[in-house]
Design a protein around this ligand. Structure first.
Ligand code: AMP
Ligand code: MN
Ligand code: MN
Ligand code: MN
Length: 284
């Protein structure tokens, strides 16, 4: 039986395990969340539901509330964006089938990234990156960056991203992710709620952000991360204002990937502004 707090005091609805690009297995992420005082937790691995059963079982063992989660890679008008899904039925074939297609695309993209790096005399990066991938289907730029640090291409992971793996840089390749409509459709069909992940990270004008949020709302999206690992106090104020304007619910998530490669630890982030409607109210 799961123990779900009636009113959570420290919910964290964004985190990763080694089933995508995190460092710890789901059970260790669960234990760490509980040890940090998280009382309602979601594992939100990129484009996979593979860690949810272990996460749920461990959360139950340690008496922490748990909801199913996923972070879906989409593109909207050529901008890559992440949509978090929460509280869905993990057995729903629409969601799991859509994610499976996304994972196939990742493998093909990784080969193109590796080819592009080989062309600037950095060979063998796909093979090297695969050694960092807990799940080869979920090969990501994060694994590329970790391997490229190992071979001395840059001093740290952000340095690799800055010089090699972001738009305009030699190891970056364009890619077709899911559409916004697909991601929200899959989540909602499976009984979940769709949330915009870390909106402060997208390089979008204010006008484009509003057009994006208009589309997100029209397509059935319900939440926006207001407090998250990568948001400054200014971001929190800004997105709280947008959430009020659109009457969205607000989410909160650390985006924890591991003890050495995260903005903040599980549960260790500010509370939501008090007047906002917390997203956990919409989640089963
Ligand atoms: P991908 O899904 O393959 O495009 O990889 C994106 C992942 O790389 C994100 O989920 C982060 O974990 C990581 N990441 C993206 N940008 C950066 C950055 N500038 N510095 C460090 N890690 C990053
Ligand atoms: Mn990640
Ligand atoms: Mn993300
Ligand atoms: Mn994330």
């Amino acid at each position: 039986m799961q123990t779900k707090p009636v009113i959570p005091t420290n919910f964290d609805f964004h985190s990763h395990s080694a089933v995508s690009d995190g460092f710890l297995p789901p059970r260790e992420v669960a234990r760490r969340a509980a040890a940090n005082g998280v009382d309602l937790w979601a594992l939100t691995d990129h484009d996979t539901l593979g860690g949810l059963a272990e996460a749920a079982a461990t959360a139950a063992e340690v008496g922490m509330g748990f909801v199913n989660g996923v972070e879906i890679s989409i593109e909207w008008r050529n901008t890559p964006i992440h949509i978090v899904g929460l509280g869905f039925d993990a057995q729903h074939p629409g969601l799991s089938g859509g994610l499976e297609a996304l994972r196939l695309g990742r493998v093909e993209r990784a080969q193109r990234m590796s080819d592009a790096l080989a062309a600037i005399a950095i060979p063998g990066v796909l093979e090297g990156a695969m050694r960092y991938a807990g799940n080869p289907d979920l090969i990501s730029r994060a694994h590329f960056a970790r391997y490229m640090v190992e071979i001395g291409i840059a001093r740290d992971v952000p340095g690799v991203f800055q010089h090699y793996l972001t738009p305009g840089k030699p190891g970056y390749v364009d890619h077709r992710w899911a559409s916004l409509e697909e991601a929200i459709g899959w989540i909602n069909a499976a009984g979940g709620v769709a949330v915009v992940a870390h909106p402060g990270r997208y390089k979008m004008s204010g006008g484009d952000m509003r057009r994006f949020l208009d589309d997100f709302k029209d397509l059935g999206g319900q939440g926006v991360e207001v407090t998250c690992g990568s948001h400054s106090p200014d971001h929190i104020m800004h997105f709280a204002r947008l959430v009020r304007h659109y009457a969205f619910h607000a989410s909160r998530g650390s985006d924890f990937h591991g003890p050495t490669e995260s903005y903040v630890d599980l549960g260790k982030l500010p509370q939501l502004p008090e007047d906002l409607k917390p997203i956990w109210r919409l989640v089963r």
